[in-house]
Write a protein that binds this ligand. Structure first.
Ligand code: CO
Length: 137
């Protein structure tokens, strides 16, 4: 089977975004390349360049945040892996046909003009998986 999923980013959930950006910088010389506040999703995020891929730091914003729930249940740590795909609608249909539980049955708007969808951790041995598709250049 031919695999076309490319690792786009690894997401790390934290309580304090600024402190963690500083920490990555101090420990590994990482550069923050982008920040976004997404109030409708209850998160604030920062992207750090890590070679060909990026680290997405996610912290809760406001009160009604899914990340807050995640942190309360599991503490700080790995939140999800995101894979870039060429046809997100097709990939979601295939995953569903293979029995994967989809959190987003249809893609929604993500950061950096992408379309994204989350797949339930039960489909990947406990790891939350995000798929993303960027607009064609
Ligand atoms: Co992500």
């Amino acid at each position: 089977m031919n695999n076309s999923w490319k690792l786009d980013h690894v997401a790390h959930a934290v309580h304090d975004l600024e402190a963690t950006v500083q920490h990555y910088q101090t420990m590994g010389g990482f550069t923050c390349i982008e920040r976004e506040h997404l109030p409708e999703q209850g998160v604030t995020i920062a992207f750090l360049q890590a070679g060909p891929t990026t680290i997405e730091l996610i912290a809760p914003l406001g009160t009604n945040s899914k990340v807050e729930t995640f942190l309360a249940k599991r503490g700080e740590g790995l939140h999800h892996l995101c894979f870039e795909v060429e046809d997100i609608d097709q990939e979601l249909r295939e995953l569903e046909a293979k029995g994967a539980r989809l959190i987003d049955k249809t893609p929604r708007a993500g950061s950096r003009h992408s379309r994204i969808a989350f797949v339930h951790p039960s489909a990947f041995q406990g790891v939350l998986v995000e798929l993303c598709q960027y607009p064609r250049a």
